[in-house]
Design a protein around this ligand. Structure first.
Ligand code: AGV
Ligand code: CA
Length: 310
């Protein structure tokens, strides 16, 4: 097992973001410093509530949770954002007991900067949503740069189609970058090491029935029940969008525990910030080097989740 890393999870409240948080709470080599919630692929209030409940149920009630207030340019579909309301009402998250997760007074972007500035050693930022908060920190407090050991980011699409299906867009972008293309480019423009999990690799891990149903074997274990329920709630997207729900964020998160599961390439790339391809990540010899995950054995990932979340 590698050394313990201090991690800040900047998520945006989707089903897969919460599954990622659940994984993080199980990792023995991760010290969770705090959680920031971006109001992107969620409704903010229930997403904050879910985050705090997950921290309570996993024995981490003192991990602080900060509410995002910065907005991106291209809003997520409301049908997706209401998943947070559904999660917040799940019985497994509403058993008697105190709510965990210390709410903080500062909004997420300022809190993120404060945590980074106060860090004694460089911190890993796990971004499973748009990088709006991080971009603000780099803009307003450039001195945070050396405090960031690595940004581990779910987003982008290099050699595969994107997942944005919106009027006036050509479909080449991935949603976490599309929500705020300038933020992603701002992070790319910094010197911070970026490890990226684009759709090229996350396409390999669709949430399949066999994976979701396997959690039934541990029925009665709250962590397992929550994981299986989150996975079950992802079904329907293939029917409505023609694209399966994938383990986008959870695959990205699993890198923190099992980096050897992946092979990487260093790709020079940049973000298209305007026009019908906005949010697209393109290879560009003049772009900045990004460590991109390229291959994974899907079965290894599914088994890792099952073994971790029971
Ligand atoms: O583009 C993937 C990102 C991930 O961070 N999100 C979902 C994950 O949290 C956006 C997204 C793409 N397709 C979706 C998404 C869908 N069908 N439902 C909900 N969110
Ligand atoms: Ca997300």
């Amino acid at each position: 097992m590698s050394d313990v890393r201090t991690v800040i999870h900047d998520h945006d409240g989707g089903l897969d973001d919460i599954l990622s948080l659940l994984l993080l709470t199980r990792y023995g080599n991760v010290a969770l410093r705090g959680v920031t919630v971006t109001p992107a692929d969620c409704l903010l209030a229930p997403a904050l509530s879910v985050t705090r409940k997950v921290l309570a149920m996993t024995g981490l009630p003192h991990v602080p949770v900060a509410a995002g207030e910065l907005q991106g340019r291209n809003p997520f579909p409301l049908e997706w954002r209401i998943d947070a309301l559904r999660m917040d009402a799940l019985p497994v998250l509403n058993r008697p007991g105190p709510l965990g997760g210390e709410p903080v007074d500062l909004p997420a972007h300022r809190q993120l900067a404060a945590w980074l500035l106060a860090a004694e050693a460089p911190v890993t930022v796990l971004a499973t949503g748009p990088m709006t908060n991080l971009a603000w920190c780099l803009d307003r407090h450039p001195e945070v740069e050396p405090k960031i050991a690595e940004v581990v980011f779910m987003g982008g699409a290099l050699d595969v189609p994107g997942n944005v299906d919106q009027p006036g867009h050509d479909g080449s972008a991935e949603w976490n970058i599309y929500w705020d293309p300038d933020a992603a480019q701002r992070v790319f423009d910094s010197g911070v090491p970026v490890t990226m999990f684009p759709l090229d690799i996350t396409d390999l891990v669709p949430i399949i029935g066999e994976f979701a149903c396997a959690f039934g074997e541990h029925y009665g274990n709250p962590v397992s029940d929550l994981a299986g329920t989150l996975l079950a709630m992802t079904f329907g997207t293939l029917e409505t969008t023609g694209m399966p729900y994938c383990g986008w964020d959870s695959l990205t998160t699993s890198y923190l525990a099992v980096p050897d599961m992946f092979e990487f390439e260093t790709a020079r790339c940049r973000v298209v910030t305007t026009g019908p391809s906005q949010g697209r990540t393109v290879r560009d010899p003049a772009g900045r080097p990004v460590k991109c995950a390229r291959t994974v054995d899907p079965d290894h990932f599914y088994k890792h989740c099952l073994a971790t979340l029971t």
